[in-house]
Each structure stands twice: as C-alpha cells, then as structure tokens.
Design a protein around this ligand. Structure first.
Ligand SMILES: NC(=O)c1ccc[n+]([C@@H]2O[C@H](COP(=O)([O-])OP(=O)(O)OC[C@H]3O[C@@H](n4cnc5c(N)ncnc54)[C@H](O)[C@@H]3O)[C@@H](O)[C@H]2O)c1
Length: 511
C-alpha cells in the first residue's frame, strides 16, 4: 500500500482521470506517463511526438519512465505500454490494476477518437492487448462514475486493508462490502441507492432480487417502506430472510423500518456508503421515516444484525457530502473527548479536502464513540444517548425550513454553533468556545452562516415540534467546555432544559 499503484488498460478506459482522483484521495503524486514521455521528447502531445519521432522512440522513453518509478506515485500508463518485456518484468509483483471496458463502450466514450494516434487500428489492438495474459488485476469500468471506478480499484488491489472489528457486529475495512451475510439462512433482498446500482455485481452472493431506491431525505416516507415490503413479499422472503442495504443514511433509515415491520422483523445488514452513514446513521439502531414536515417522527429502535464499513465506497462521494458527514464526526469529537484528542489538525483538514485516510480515521473514532454510547444507552434512558443530539434541534429545523433544503450535516454544524454561542451567553461555556467550534467547521469546509432562503415560520414550527420536548421543557444540548485537556469521557456536553428556547435569537444568528 505504500508503494506505487499502476493503472494499465486500453485507451478510453479512464486511466488518467481515475489515476488523478486516486492520487488526490490517497495524497500521492500523480504520473501520467503519456504526458511525461511527450515532455521528455520535446513534443506538445503524445500524438505529435509519435508523428515527429516515431513509435519506437516513444515506447522506449515510456519504458524508461515506468521502470524508474521508485516512490508511492499513482501512475497512469499509456495504452500498450505494458506489452514491453522490460516493463512487464518491472511490474511483476507490483500493484497493477487493469481498467477494462467492452470496445463498444470505449467507442461510445471516445467518439471519433480525436487525439488518439492509434484509433484506426483499435479493433486489432483491442484483441491483441486485452486478451488473456493482459497485465494487472481487471477492474470493470462500464456503468461506473470515475470516482466509483477509483473505489473499485482500491477494493480489488487492497482487499482486507485495515480490516478490523470496531464493535459488536461492526466490521471496518477496504473491500469488505462483498462479504457474505452473517447468520442469514433464508432468502434475502438487496436494496441499493440507485446511484450505486452499477455496484450490484459486487453485492454478496445469494440475493434473490435487488431493488433500487432514491437516496434522498425526501424519499424517507411510508410509501418507500411500502415499496420495500412489497419487494420482500414478491421475492418470497420468509422470517429467516433478510435485507441487505447499500446506501447512505436516507436509505438505511427507511430500510431498517421496513425490516422491523416485515413479518414482525427480519434481519438487516447494512453497508453504509456515505461518511455520515459510516460514522453515525448506520450504527445506532434508530430507523425511521419523516411524516409531513416532521423529521424521523415514525420509527423503531432496533440494532442492525451487521454493519460493514468499507471506506473505498467513499471514492466517488462528492466533496459536499463528505463535509456533510464530517459534521457528525466533529459532533462526536465534542461528545466523546477521546475522539477529539485522536485527530490531529492536519487530519481534520485532510478530511475537509476529501482525503481518504483522514476520513477513514475520523469515521473510525466517531463510530467507536457512537457504539460505546449505544451499548450503554440504546433506548435513551440513561441520559447518555441524548448527548448525540448536540446541534440537532436547530439542524432538523433548518432541514425543514430552507430552500434549497440544507444537508443534514450542514444544518447540524450550524445548530452546534448557534447553541454554543447561546451557551457562552448563558455562562455555561467559557468565552472562546464558539470561536473554537467555528474554526473547526471552517477547517472541514462546513458553512458557518446560512447561504440560502429560510422560512422563519417553518423553522419555529419545527423547533416547537422537536422530539426533545419533555414535560413542557425543551432539552437543548450545550457544550460546557472545549473538548480537549483532562476530564471525564462524556462531560463536555450537558442537557439544558428550557421552557422558552430563544428561537428568535437562534434565527437572528443563522439567517
Ligand atoms: N438513524 C440515525 O441515527 C441517523 C443519524 C444521522 C442522520 N440520519 C439520517 O441520514 C440521512 C442523511 O444521510 P446521508 O447524508 O448519508 O445521505 P443520503 O443517503 O441522503 O445520500 C446523500 C447523497 O449521496 C448519494 N450517495 C450515497 N452514497 C454515495 C456514494 N458512495 N457515492 C456517490 N454518491 C453517493 C445519494 O444518492 C444522495 O444523493 C438523513 O435522512 C438523516 O435524517 C440518521
């Protein structure tokens, strides 16, 4: 994993774009051999160099460039470069992925093959180069986004990397998404975020059918539950059956409710695909749907039978979604001091830039913290689990009152900030606490003020309908200190009860 990663494959399989993305994800230098060779031979482009200096000179220089790689670069190799004997010898035993696609797909991608010097000979070359004996672990790219291909490359090249159990029934590691379902003897149905439908070929073996779903909070409703129940019923899933779910929090939430209702409960196995899902939503056993404008008003608490966290799935997740999930990791670092202390400044920044290793580390800490809390206080009866709601009252209200609708994590970030400022004004938190949190939000690229329209009436209504009202008082989670230094595990956040939450003050700060 610390040595170079090579991408081989036919023209038009995406070696350069996927390579660049992998280099960014892994924080490594990127080498595009076509460009390096053209530059070394003094040409404007590979095509110009081949025309001016000939194919042989190009291939010779290409071999030199590849066989001199000694570091941990991500290297996109020119098509056909791996046919050279010396290059093949050099690549033996190294991490080489071969991006593949049917020729018809490549033709559709490249149109007239502009800028590709060998386009006219493509059929002959395809047969010569992509047959048996082609170098590298094959990675099919058809139907996948570039980011999803990058994730698949990591799964294929480094299966089992960092594989470890991080809690009861919770496993984390690269390439783990395809693990067989534990404890399920009967028929099972797979649910997919429809955006990730092309990953159906990587689902564990044995599913009787697969159902695509929309991964959006809007789709978290009883109609979707009904669709899933119908899918289970049509597929003949019995009491010994299961649901296997691949998707973000929007989908795992609704799927969990359906699994709890079907035949009064069947097993559910979750493979979260967003940072938010991996760090938070898939772990605590809270499943549910929205009702009208009310968030998560219908649901159950019931732990999933297994959760597999496979960070390679994040390779195609947009940066905004990564930051969205980072908000819950920041929250956990305030709730559980150990998580705050585990992450360094550079790691937080790397997370905000979408680098895989820091994100993975943040997820691991947040997940461990959440699992600890859930183990001690699953049903929210011991005053511990409620702490996980830090920032959520305002966050949920923002979700139901903004146009376009704010992402869950962005709302939670603003909610934490608003409540921390209030905590300072009340004297519950020392001066500087809110400034510290604001810096953290900025560091991972989260907003610290609202950048869209807000309906004040809808915001107020959502606060007044919040689930944390108890005996006429709203329970608001307030920080009492910055989460570093000495002290107990969970005492950075307190439950503050108020009959009259300062909704206008919160609004004024946000809008
Ligand atoms: N149950 C809980 O304890 C809990 C905790 C926190 C949040 N939630 C819920 O989670 C939901 C939000 O979940 P989320 O942020 O994971 O988002 P999501 O499921 O809404 O997905 C966000 C977007 O990312 C896309 N996507 C998902 N995985 C992808 C991948 N690997 N590559 C590319 N695109 C991908 C989806 O299609 C969607 O467009 C909210 O409904 C919230 O209420 C639940």
């Amino acid at each position: 994993m610390s040595e170079a990663l090579f991408l081989a494959g036919f023209m038009g399989t995406g070696k350069s774009v996927v390579g660049r993305r992998l280099a960014r994800l892994l924080e490594r230098p990127f080498v595009d051999t076509d460009k390096v060779v053209a530059k070394a031979l003094g040409g404007r482009s590979p095509r110009a160099v081949i025309q001016e200096r000939g194919m042989e000179a190009f291939r010779d220089q290409e071999k030199r460039v590849i066989t001199q790689i000694r570091g941990n670069e991500v290297v996109a190799m020119g098509g056909g470069s791996d046919l050279n004997g010396e290059t093949r010898d050099f690549l033996k035993g190294k991490s080489v992925a071969r991006l593949r696609a049917p020729l018809s797909v490549i033709e559709a991608r490249l149109g007239k093959g502009e800028g590709r010097p060998l386009w006219k000979e493509r059929k002959k070359l395809y047969l010569e180069r992509e047959g048996e004996g082609a170098l590298g672990i094959p990675v099919q790219t058809e139907g996948l986004t570039q980011g999803a291909v990058a994730g698949r490359v990591l799964r294929q090249l480094y299966p089992d990397k960092a594989s470890q159990k991080i809690g009861d029934g919770v496993l984390m590691g690269w390439g783990q998404m395809s693990r067989p379902l534990p404890t399920t003897t009967g028929k099972w149905v797979g649910l997919f975020d429809q955006r990730l439908g092309a990953l159906v070929s990587e689902a564990p073996e044995g599913g009787v059918s697969h159902l695509p779903l929309v991964g959006k909070d809007r789709a978290k409703n009883l109609r979707t539950v009904e669709r899933i129940l119908e899918g289970l019923s049509v597929s003949g899933v019995g009491k010994d059956g299961a649901l296997w779910v691949l998707g973000g929090g929007g989908i795992t939430d609704v799927a969990g409710l359906a699994a709890a209702l079907y035949l009064r409960g069947i097993a559910i196995h979750l493979v979260p695909t967003t940072v938010l899902g991996m760090a938070d939503a898939a772990l605590g056993g809270k499943f549910g749907v929205n009702r009208g404008k009310g968030k998560n008003l219908l649901g159950v608490v019931r732990l999933p039978d297994s959760v597999v966290i496979d960070p390679t799935l994040l390779a195609g997740l947009p940066l905004r979604e990564i930051r969205n999930g980072a908000a819950e990791i920041i929250k956990m670092s305030w709730v559980w001091r150990q998580a705050a202390l585990a992450m360094g400044e550079e790691e937080w920044e790397g997370m905000g830039k979408g680098r895989l290793i820091p994100i993975e580390r943040g997820i691991q800490w947040a997940a461990k913290g959440k699992l600890k809390i859930v183990k001690r206080d699953l049903l929210e009866k011991r005053g511990l689990r409620i702490l996980l709601n830090f920032g959520h009252t305002v966050g949920h209200a923002l979700e139901s009152s903004t146009v376009p609708r704010i992402r869950h994590g962005e709302g939670v970030g603003l909610g934490m900030l608003t409540n921390t400022r209030w905590a300072e004004r009340l004297g519950v938190a020392p001066k500087g606490t809110a400034a510290f949190l604001e810096k953290e939000l900025v560091r991972v690229g989260l907003p610290t003020s609202l950048d869209r329209e807000l309906n004040p009436e809808a915001f107020k209504e959502a606060i007044l309908k919040d689930k944390k009202w108890d005996k006429g008082e709203l329970q608001v989670l307030l920080p009492t200190q910055i989460p570093n230094g000495d002290g107990g595990e969970w005492d950075t956040i307190m439950v503050y009860r108020t009959k009259r939450p300062p909704i206008d003050e919160w609004l004024a700060q946000i809008a």
